[in-house]
Design a protein around this ligand. Structure first.
Ligand code: ADP
Ligand code: TRP
Length: 342
């Protein structure tokens, strides 16, 4: 079993990023047996990386890109990714990713990429003005996965199509060159992944791009801000139902209960049984307590680390060394299979 996943390095991390992506990685790391330090075996390690090469598909000031990579690294470590147990790195420091992408460009088909919904969504009406990187983004993603012979790739629903393309590329490459070079990976969509909604509008997802800061819980929010945001979160005048089926049509209420569920480990039914009949005036302080309890330690670690550029770069350099070593045999195998090297 080889777990691998990447995340786009964006700034302003919020509760949605944590519950929707980062926490799943931490869980997978915890489920893997510790790497065998004595033999130096890397078999049981998870590979997690910042997709900074992917980020060039949209223009960004260089200083912002660098900052985002470091901030995301600090957030991952603060949330529990242990750089000694997992291999944590950024793509740009491991040239094998760019090399493998170029080799896979020979296998990927225009027709396959033309079907990718993320390109269509992101390019919108301006297809002619979109970067080539935005179009070939899924081929780089395939390179990321195939280089490490990943078997399990934890991702959100929206990345399933890219993983299917990765499988298609791997199968065609193996067949075209008559090799068994690439492991065929499986997307792994964790069951308990919460989709966290805005605190101001239960139909919009919590996002860094929402203009209202009151709509989201940031990983940097202090305790008072957390309490304020929960207190001011939009709800409806009805009490919490004793039966979770009655949450139907109450998006804001459902979202607060789901956030409570994500941190307490209880399901909606248990929470409704406990708070049924009570108003949000009683529920919100309990939710705020729970958030402060779980997020304060993460925030404190994050704030302590996020501006320590030297420490963050050292983590990434060390991770990149381990990643490059793990990727090298597959890259060599691809050059050889294609008759580019022997
Ligand atoms: P944003 O919407 O703030 O721009 P990104 O698109 O950068 O967030 O998402 C980074 C990661 O966090 C992705 O894996 C995405 O699935 C996850 N994520 C972002 N927002 C949410 C949310 N509201 N609920 C659950 N997961 C989310
Ligand atoms: N495209 C993914 C996203 O936007 C990030 C990513 C890049 C990734 N390379 C990957 C995820 C390889 C899994 C495996 O969320």
């Amino acid at each position: 079993m080889r777990v691998l996943s990447g995340i786009q390095p964006t700034g302003n991390l919020h509760l949605g990023n944590y519950l929707g992506a980062i926490r799943n990685w931490v869980r997978m790391q915890e489920e893997m047996p510790a790497a065998d330090a004595a033999t130096g075996s890397a078999d049981s390690r998870c590979f997690f990386f910042l997709a900074d090469l992917h980020s060039i598909s949209e223009h960004l000031a260089p200083a912002d890109r660098l900052r985002n990579v470091r901030e995301m690294t600090a957030a991952l470590v603060a949330c529990g990714i242990d750089p000694d147990r997992s291999v944590l790195f950024n793509q740009a420091r491991v040239p094998a990713h760019a090399e493998m992408q170029w080799l896979l460009n020979g296998t990927a088909r225009m027709g396959w990429l033309n079907r990718m919904t993320q390109f269509k969504d992101k390019a919108g009406k301006n297809k002619e003005g979109a970067s080539i990187a935005l179009f070939t983004y899924p081929v780089l993603q395939a390179a990321d996965v195939l280089l490490y012979q990943a078997t399990h790739v934890p991702v959100g629903e929206d990345q399933k199509q890219h993983l299917e393309l990765t499988r298609d590329i791997a199968i065609k490459f193996n067949a075209d060159f008559d090799v068994e070079l690439f492991t065929i990976p499986d997307p792994y969509i964790p069951k308990q992944t919460a989709r966290i909604m805005s605190l101001r509008d239960g139909t919009a997802k919590m996002s860094k791009s929402d203009p209202s800061d009151m709509s989201r819980i940031n990983l940097t929010d202090d305790d008072d801000t957390l309490v304020q945001k929960v207190r001011k979160a939009r709800t409806d005048p009805e009490p919490i139902p004793a039966d979770p089926a009655e949450l139907e049509g109450r998006a804001e209420a459902t979202n607060l209960i789901d956030i409570y569920a994500a941190f307490s480990g209880q399901d909606r039914a248990a929470i409704c049984a406990a708070f049924g009949g009570q108003g949000f005036g009683a529920f919100k302080p309990a939710l705020a307590d729970l958030l402060v309890h779980h997020l304060a330690p993460i925030r404190d670690r994050y704030v302590a680390l996020k501006d320590d550029d030297a420490a963050l770069d050292a983590i990434l350099v060390k991770g990149a060394g381990k990643a490059a070593e793990a990727a090298a045999p597959t890259l060599k195998g691809a050059y050889e299979a294609m008759g580019l090297m022997r």
